[in-house]
Ligand binder design. Sequence first.
Ligand code: SF4
Length: 182
Amino acid sequence: MYTTQVKTASLPVSRWLDDYCTPERFRDACRACPDYGKVWSCPPGVPDARAAFAPFRTVYLVGVRVDYAPETIAAADTPERTEALRQASYGVVKKQLLSTLLELEKAVPGSWTVAAGRCEQCDVCTRREGLPCRKPDRMRYSFSAFGFDLGKLAREQLGLELLWADRGLPAYNAAIAAFLTP
Ligand code: SF4
């Protein structure tokens, strides 16, 4: 159904912010996102990137490229089947990546994770009902929620070109997460 490739890189947090974090450029796109205001990992309410990352010195980037098999791409012929296939592949990888980094947090005092995309720990986020997050110990803010230029970051630091498809699945999707250390 799919194969994966993992790419990693590290850089100083100051350079990560200076070269790739431009929230003002993404504010309108963020407001237009269907997750805006519906998931606790996404805006509004996400802390300012420079304040949130001030305690950290080094960021480790982890990109997992999920390559879809040709028969998987062919099977994604309706929006419903595309979403089901995405959840069974990219969605699984995204959850494994988060679980791995949460385990790593326990081993590295003072570390923190930035997640690949919106939180998907629950089927429906409690934010839609105006209730507090159900699993705050596992919720990590989405990478794009901080206003990073993920396309540029993935290309320049991980050698990954991000792909999108208007319909169906692209050749691959990439889950990009970050692990911060003091
Ligand atoms: S853990 Fe559940 S309630 Fe909390 S942000 Fe994630 S999906 Fe929403």
